[in-house]
Unconditional design. Sequence first.
Lengths: 854, 54
Amino acid sequence: MSVTSVKTQCSHCKLPVPDGLVDASAEHQFCCSGCKMAYQLINSCGLDSFYSMVEHSDQTSANSAAREDGFEEFDRESFLQNFAKPLEGALMQITLLLDGIHCAACIWFLEKLPSMLPGVLDANLNWARQSIRIRWDAREVSLSEIARTLSRLGYFPHPVRVNKDENRRINESRKHLIGIGIAGAAAGNNMLIALALYLSWFSEMGSGMTTMMRVASCFVGLVSLAWPGRVFLRGAWNAIKTRTAHMDLPIALGLAVGSIAGLVNVIRGTGEIYFDSLSVLVFLLLVGRWIQFRQQGRAADAVELLYRLTPKKARKIVDGELIETYVDMVEVGDKLEVRPGELIPVDGEVIDGHSEVDESILTGESRLVAKSVGSLLMAGTKNQGSVIRLQTSAIGDDTRLSKIVELVEQASHNKPQIVQWANRIGGYFVVTIISLAVLTLIAWLYWAPALAVDRAVALLIVACPCALAIATPLAISVALGRAASRKMMIKGGDVLQVLNQPGMIWLDKTGTLTEGHLEIVNIHEYVDIGAMAVALESNSNHPVARAFVKHFKLDENAVHSLSCVDFVEHEGMGVSGCVDDQDLVIGNQALLRHFNIEINEQDRCIAQQIIDAEMSPCWIACNGKVAAIAAIGDQLRQDSLGCIQQLKSEGWQIGILSGDHQSIVDQVARRLGIAREFALGQLSPEEKVAHVKHSMEDYSTVVMVGDGVNDSAALAAATVGIAVHGGAEASLAAAPVFLGQQGLAPIQDLLSISRSTARTLRWNFAIAIGYNCLGATLAFFGLINPLVAAILMPISSLSVVAMSLHSGKIRGNHRPVSCMLDEKSPGKLIAGNGNEFVQFDAEQNTEVEESGIL
Amino acid sequence: MSVVYIALPVALLLAIIAVIAFVRQVRDGQFDDLETPPRRILFDDVEAHKKESN
């Protein structure tokens, strides 16, 4: 448990102020000029209430880098045409996506934009989309000025084109709401009318009054059926036409029979009417469907995914000159230039230059692919080698990346098996109910003919399949939505079913069991090799390379002054190259063997010491001789042990599949209590796939938890592949689950959600069956009258809906739910889940001594 | 109780008016964003009169 040093806090963002920037004489300290400017601006507009309302998330979001963008692009005619909407006069409107919105304070703050910038008339924030809609007067202020202000405040703006999908969703949402509104009004009013009719059994009500009530009930009921209820009738009609089973069938049957019988009875003047129950049924069913619809929207949105995977800006070549422009404005046929390290913005063909491209986001293969004139490039991939120029062949929705993302989205709409099963049940249900009704009819025709029809109709109305019709899809949707709000993106509900059966879990080591940050803990240097090592490693994105760059903290110029050629990344072993005319090799022992570099006894001892200290030795050799040995360590996560024990107690067998040293893997396994035969190291991606496939022979459920990019084949091979943070969205093509947070705790949550959902579904079925048996029995014996029906039907629907809304809850108190600043100790957050609280150190994200029960 | 003969139709009429208003507002887009308004309730009505003091 680390003890924090007392650091001065930035008055704006509450992060620690570097010692060099602390100004003893100033009243407020700032960690950077950005915060200082933001603070001054906020103050000058009299908006310091911001500070009392702000919530701090558990991510240090201060890395929305202060970009040097002047946003001049925003004022260009072509830009405004594409993104802004002119209103009357000189007024214009635009929607901008903002980076860095994280709480209510941001909403309040940004909507005060008009008071900060004269000329801005209106600023309206959409939390779900993380976007702001601004109306401004073009005569008084320019869009670039607005963008600059937003950026200075810490919210980087991006233009966004409204796409057709968005409109479709909005329209669907509106249709749902209208249906619910009308159904709700009808249900409420009908219930009031019905109340009067029930009371009329106990005391006198004139026949005129009774008739009026019945007519009113009929009228309202038919309205409810005709408009919101027609969804079910149409669904049932389609099901009949195509001879498929669907839950709408029994519902439509009940509604139709109930309405016709009721209408007949109203005209006749005698007999029961059930319009109140029918109206309520329609209302509840529509509410269930709407909740489902909303939850679906919360899961990965194809547009947003696509947006995050491609760069925002592109470099267009026009008449030999380079113009920076927004990717949305690139047309097919435009020539673009892409520099090394940048993402390729569009699909295209290389017209000049040759390079190596990292296509892992699409293929999962981290090996670089060589590209030269004529080769095809794909949007979202990363150019690693050198500058290339391409001619655009596909943009936006037409790129291959977009198609993949669309597939992902479509897959998430696929009905999980259990819903298909529930639909089939609907078919059987109808048949059963109709047979029972006919039976009742015949039976009563024999005993008391006058009552026969009434009994049969009552049965048909009361037999409500709501539990299956809404509860199953609803329970799954709610669970998925809950998961999504915890940054777990799950494609399809089948995953939840499968995870109920404990089997085998293969874990990746780095990032899941360990912190994921490789660090150079110490380094035995024979020669001062720092600058050269960094020069070489800065060409690679590997965690080890990043550890080097981070450790030496060298100035950019010192590194760039060293020339680096012939850089080669040796998969699984290290890197090599020629820096400043000296051959440099950095990697593990296998790489040194590859280059025939000798390791003497002394160095071997040092390496052994490093391994004993549970770290990995990284060798640096210059011109064929060992120049330094770095000890690279990755700390185990604090929650790993506890989570592993818990998983084992639930019946899961745990194993490790890692590309790292076997000895390191053994140590980790020992510390975590994982059996030796299941801790496998030094594996290549192909070997991992083999192990996963092999274990599927022994266990029915095999879960693979790994990096979405490097382990995608293994993830796809497992029963349930879980891609974890760091694998980026590329993993969605391979794995049905993507966890946005590191560590094992999310996996435990996932299992908890899965169990909870299964439990909910079981309860729902039990309630449904129980209710229907009860209802059918009562109807058969003539005990169903409108009052009884009105009580029974909503109870069954509501209880089932209520249960479904609870599905997907996470049991266990290891997840803090709410976070707030601790007023008494600056730099600390208090996180609590309602019962207990824990104090976090905001800087280091570790638990501090105090924790307790509220 | 014969007032109910008038009261009931009037009540239904009011309900219809409410529904029409609701439908119009939905079509106008008032209910498109249901996530942001819950967060707005946290705001206090603080007047920003401090510009002069700086």
